[in-house]
Design a binder for this molecule. Structure first.
Ligand SMILES: *Cc1c(COP(=O)(O)O)cnc(C)c1O
Length: 358
């Protein structure tokens, strides 16, 4: 009988020492009644995308994608109000962050960011043989521009507004980084639709900016995986070289073109409701004695000494939130995605019950 070798260690000589230290990004698979852990759109999927997905034709499956890629780029460009040459699409914005890190820093060079940081960034940096360098937030809660610049990093990553804290980033700080950075400045605008403003035009005028965005959050398409990046044609060209062809599949192309063209009102309504419900949830959490951090996104970051235990207990009660054992400058915290109020009531009930047990 053949026995497959269920070895959980690599053989000698196989594997990279620095790479082995990277932990895998946590992707929870167990089903859960109420899942508010990942900041996706809890109001559902955009209607035009769903219509297009139901109207698949044979050619979209049997052949390589790309027939719609110019149209997708032009549609994204119209939405972002930039020329088509200034846009590249990818398989989620993670894909484009990965490509940008590879394209703009040599192995061993530093990628600087404010801590706490979106967990993918240090992982992608290490996987690309770069050195992740975290810098604490400034005393005023904004990013610490002099400290970020002092790292002399080849790439500075800024999340605006920020995940996991929800904090906005001031335009003044962004401009100061762009003015004096040594290399590329990546500005991750995954939550831009929720903060009521966008600085793309101002920011992209700086030739060293790469703005990275996604259709996974406000646009409700996390399952389809579509991100895009905005920069000068020269910057976009380099990102394209570091990416792979056909990362955006034909179904996504077609669904995204329809959604961006037809579902703006739907998206804006989701955003409006989210912002209103976010403040309502913040109030309710304050009534329970918590101090959620101010948020410009579709989630609340709630500092809580027993975050991990409370999250585990909430999961037993059918509600999944994201627990952070320790966030720099904050301590342990929960992150709660915002959705329709009945969902938020389930979250609040589970939270109240879970907290009684710790
Ligand atoms: C969710 C998120 C993304 C990734 O989005 P995808 O496009 O789904 O890969 C990128 N950056 C931040 C800060 C996020 O929170």
């Amino acid at each position: 009988m053949n026995v497959f070798p269920m070895e959980d260690r690599l053989p000698h000589g196989v594997g990279r020492a620095a790479y082995l230290e990277i932990t895998a990004y946590p992707v929870e698979q167990l089903p859960c009644d109420v899942d508010v852990s990942d900041n996706a759109n809890l109001f559902g999927a955009p209607p035009a995308a769903m219509r297009e997905l139901r109207a698949l034709d044979d050619g979209m499956v049997a052949r390589y994608p790309g027939a719609g890629s110019r149209a997708l780029r032009e549609t994204l460009a119209a939405y972002a109000a930039v020329p088509g040459e200034c846009i590249i699409a990818g398989c989620g914005s993670d894909d484009l962050l990965d490509a940008a890190l590879r394209a703009f820093a040599d192995p061993g060079e530093a990628v600087a960011f404010t801590e706490p940081v979106f967990g993918m960034v240090p992982r992608l940096a290490s996987a690309n043989s770069l050195l992740p360098v975290g810098v604490p937030r400034g005393a005023d809660g904004d990013i610490d521009v002099p400290a970020l610049l002092a790292t002399n990093a080849r790439i500075v990553y800024i999340c605006a507004p920020d995940n996991p804290t929800g904090a906005p980033v001031s335009m003044r700080s962004l401009a100061a980084i762009l003015e004096s950075a040594r290399g590329l400045v990546v500005i991750d605008e995954a939550y831009i639709e929720f903060c009521g403003e966008t600085n793309v035009c101002e920011v992209v005028r700086h030739e060293r900016a790469l703005v990275v965005r996604t259709l996974s959050k406000a646009w409700g398409m996390a399952g389809l995986r579509l991100g895009y990046a905005i920069g000068t044609p020269a910057v976009i060209h380099e990102v394209g070289k570091a990416s792979r062809p056909f990362t955006v599949n034909a179904l996504v192309e077609r669904a995204a073109i329809a959604t961006l063209s037809e579902d703006s009102d739907w998206m804006r309504e989701c955003v409006r409701d989210t912002v209103m419900l976010r403040e309502r949830l913040a109030l309710a959490l304050r009534d329970l004695g918590c101090e959620p951090l101010p948020s410009a996104t579709n989630f609340l970051c709630v500092p809580l000494p027993q975050a991990v235990t409370v999250a585990r207990r909430m999961h037993e009660l059918g509600v999944r939130v994201r627990a952070f054992p320790w966030l720099a400058g904050i301590g342990p915290a929960l992150r709660v995605g915002i959705g329709p109020w009945p969902l938020m009531q389930r979250v609040l009930a589970a939270f109240a019950e879970a907290r009684q047990c710790v």
